[in-house]
Design a binder for this molecule. Sequence first.
Ligand code: UD1
Ligand code: UDP
Length: 767
Amino acid sequence: MAQYRGTDRGIFEKKLDFSFTKTNVLIIRSNPCNPDSRVEKIATSLSKLRTHVSVLAWDRDGSTDSNESRPGYHIHRVGIKASYGAGLANIVPMIKFQYKTLVYLWKNRANIDAIHACDFDTALPAFCIAKLCKKILIYDIFDYYVDTFSVPKKLKPIIKEMENFIINHADACIICSDSRLKQIAPATPKKQVIIHNAPKKPKSLKVFKLKNSKRHRIKIAYVGSLSPHRYIKELLELVQENHLLELHIAGFGVLQDMVEHYAKESDNIEFYGKICYEDTLALENACDILTALYNPDITNHIYAAPNKFYESLFLGKPVVMIRGTGMSEYVLNYKLGEVIDFSKENLLQACIRLVETNTKDLEKKRKYIYETQFSWDIMEQKLFGIYKDFFPLSIKKLIAIVFGTRPEAIKLAPLIKELQGKNNFLVCNILSNQHTESMLQPILQAFGIRAHFNLHVHHKFQTLHSISSKILDRLSPLLAHIEPDLVCVHGDTTTAYVGALTSFYQHIPIAHIEAGLRTYNLKAPFPEEFNRQSIALIADYHFTPTTTTKTHLLAEHIPEKNIFVVGNTAIDALHITISKGFTHPLLDWLENDLCLLLTAHRRENLGSNLKHIFTAINNLLEAIPNLKVIYPIHPNPSIQDMAQKYLKSQKRLRIIPPLDVIAFHNLLHRADIILTDSGGIQEEAPALHKPVLVLRETTERIEGLEAGTLKLVGTDPSSIFQATYDLLHIKTLYREMANKTNPYGNGTSSRQIVAALENIFNNDGDD
Ligand code: UD1
Ligand code: UDP
């Protein structure tokens, strides 16, 4: 697979044991694929995996190469003039096509992981490059060469031998019906899969307006190649002679002029030229009968699996087939249509019988057989099965989780663990390192997760500008390289905002975890309120903690179907971190005294607010002799300076570096009261039945205020003092607050998010 060259820094966290990059699949087909229903179905289905799909096709009308982009894949057409279906008569252009294919494969070998070669006329260059460059070769037999084209007798065994050699040496071989097994004998593929030519269900069937149609006439459909050995001339003659019938015929090929001539001469024959597959199904659906008439003298017809057979099942329409040709046995055995020895009279009688005997029940039966045995959904899973064997990661969805601060790491860790436990997801953890390793690594360790990439943006005295520009610069090439199916960001940090912005620029879907929190004041919290509002604008899926936060998103015109109320993953984290047997020197130090846990770091509190908070702490320690205060201080140097300057040093106060998450959560569990301007702690502490006094004028955790688990005390020293003092001294007040129900969920948020994502991806891509 292509290797990531990286940016200016070595952003691989460790040498990775697997690659996140997509699998490159090249399909080769010796026609222009314009249309080619089987190639189109295969390309579209493969493009639903983590793949880049391209098709190398042969434009037989042009003499220059051309490109076309289709939804999900790209076609490169080699222009070499030649006719269709002429077999070895096309030998010179065929050699040119082989040569050009070989050159194309060689030039593009670095961007090819699997070659999906369709039929023998693409097999030789595919085989050479696959073996030389160690690529996976999937050999897909639409038609077995010697039984399909007129090949001189002497050459037949050689070509058969060569095709069987390819079959035996390809990594996997696809055939389109069970009977082909006999045809390819004695070849023994390493791995063989039967993928029928089943039509793909369109979203809805179009209504096709049949031209010049009369109600009383039997309407016969034929859409396909206009080539010999398909009784096309006989069909045209029969319909022209018989005014009980009308023929609606479409397609292209060597017999086109003849078909046009008959259509011009007869008022009951209509020719529609080359039509797209959607119109094919619509035309057939508008008729009474489908014809799949193949001459059984052509060996390939004995083993073929004609599209028209499957289309008849899908549409519930009766079909006429010729005895001995591929799938005709099935039609006979299950009484799905008429199987005849060809004569115009037999064909006429079959058409009449089919119209007379067709019933709604028969139509249902055909459709049921399609759904349960031949639907393209079933075939697609078989196709995925082949690719899964060689590229196990290609069937997974890649979710990139971008985070960089302490609270993001704590709240995303349970989600990462839940995603990693699912087979259908591949998770790529990208650390911005907005916060230092010392803040983040203990969290990753505590939850047993690892970062795959680190953008290394942290530096002392970093500014919003410096982190933003570095994340954008370093995340951009990384996302372009790994092409995630979804990027997850959390909350309202600079990492979350810029992570979402980078994904938005690359059209990568965004999931926003902890969405919908609002103060509607862009200055508080600054810049978080801006960050979260901006993320909401560009996110595709919004995982919001409560019904209140959901109303904010609805008011911002986010479609309700994209909002999921799931609680807060912070509570999930507590289920992992808190343990009964936890020991810590700080717990010993607390003895049986009252414990006040303090944290403060918000930008809007830096300066005089922080000074006021510290004054209140000094006063509380003086007034309550059995009170001990633990203050894990944020690494921000300006906070550290302030604490040194304004907090009176004393035995019952411990100012300590940030605690690792396990210690902090367990200390939270032991504490009696929490004073904080942190967001996450407002959600966690009430889950542990601890009263929280919020050191801010406003909070976006309104549900906590409404539930009574939080109280806003601002930063006025006397308000802080009084509220704390009262709670610690009036037992009923304390109990009332501590026993309120936490509105942020029950610890199942990650599970709910993953279930929603599974649902989103399952319903995705079905065009
Ligand atoms: C950031 C988030 C805030 C979140 C908080 C969690 C933004 C704008 N703010 O604020 O929403 O609540 O994280 O803690 O994203 N520092 C270190 N080492 C660290 C972390 C910070 O030295 O591990 C110092 C740096 O000097 C830095 C300062 O702290 O300049 C501020 O850090 P920064 O990440 O910019 O903002 P926070 O206040 O941590
Ligand atoms: N936390 C921690 N160690 C500490 C202080 C806090 O692990 O020393 C945890 C706390 O449990 C919560 C998160 O950090 O999960 C809150 O982080 P912070 O207050 O920095 O950010 P905010 O929640 O305000 O965004």
